[in-house]
Design a protein around this ligand. Structure first.
Ligand SMILES: C[S@@+](CC[C@H](N)C(=O)[O-])C[C@H]1O[C@@H](n2cnc3c(N)ncnc32)[C@H](O)[C@@H]1O
Length: 248
């Protein structure tokens, strides 16, 4: 196979996603429950209409696996929402005992998340920070070994600049950026004939913004960039070989 992605229809995408979930280490109960709670509670609710913002269950399984492998001392997440991905970072860092700092601008989301984290007793290592991420980032100190971008997509390059300028990324650290394919529309307006019509204007705009961001990431001389067609598209970045050591 010379392409890197299977030609999915919606039915096949569902079938393959479920198959992959079943053939991966099972999602821990508390993540499973949070995922179900978010989809049930938020769908159609007055304020929180968008459970779609949450990562998929398989993505949660991937996060746990990645965190176990990287064994970070500190994790930084931009975009908490209802805490599903922060719980995955927590689960994946049980051995490394990492501190997890997760940022969100929306008070209601953080309030619901703080309540859950207290109930689950995971507030010993997860720190929730409310406010616009750019502002919060400029106040952070120290280094992070795993950084996840999953908030406002239009500011991703700004976040990268702040992180690199402040050396918040450790020398061997990795940045993971979610949704770089914007449901496929980053590659062109007509790329996804299966997209629900009501979502099309949003993702057309998101795709256009992301096209520029992806190019900016690639052209940034401070990082090595790899874009993968998994989930809604994930870009991985690390310091260019030898760069932090030279600058240090
Ligand atoms: C896609 S959701 C995060 C999903 C979460 N990581 C998960 O997997 O369940 C994006 C979140 O980013 C937050 N957000 C949007 N703009 C932001 C900003 N400027 N600063 C911080 N958070 C922001 C939103 O409130 C929302 O909760």
């Amino acid at each position: 196979m010379l392409e890197s992605v299977l030609p999915f229809s919606p039915d096949l995408a569902k079938k393959v996603s479920e198959y992959c979930e079943r053939h991966s280490e099972a999602l821990p109960r508390q993540l499973h429950d949070r995922w179900e709670w978010t989809t049930g509670h938020y769908r159609g609710a007055e304020i929180y209409t968008n459970a779609e913002m949450m990562s998929s269950k398989l993505q949660g399984q991937w996060m746990i696996w990645m965190a176990q492998w990287i064994a970070p001392k500190r994790v930084l997440e931009i975009g908490t929402f209802t805490g599903f991905s922060a719980l995955a970072w927590y689960e994946g860092t049980k051995a490394s005992g990492a501190e997890i700092v997760t940022l969100d601008v929306t008070h209601e989301f953080l309030e619901a998340t703080a309540k859950l984290f207290k109930e689950l007793g995971v507030d010993d290592r997860i720190i929730l920070v409310e406010g616009p991420a750019a502002k919060t980032l400029s106040t952070l100190e120290g280094e992070f070994d795993l950084i996840f971008f999953d908030a406002d997509k239009e500011n991703q390059k700004r976040y990268l600049d702040l992180i690199l300028e402040q050396r918040l990324l450790s020398p061997k650290g990795v940045i993971l950026v979610d949704n770089v394919l914007a449901r496929g529309l980053t590659t062109g307006k007509d790329s996804n004939p299966h997209l629900e019509p009501s979502w099309r204007p949003f993702f057309e705009a998101a795709g256009e913004t992301q096209r520029k961001t992806n190019q900016d990431f690639l052209e940034d001389p401070r990082v090595d960039t790899l874009m993968l067609p998994v989930f809604d598209g994930v870009t991985q970045m690390k310091w260019k070989e030898g760069l932090p050591a030279k600058r240090g």
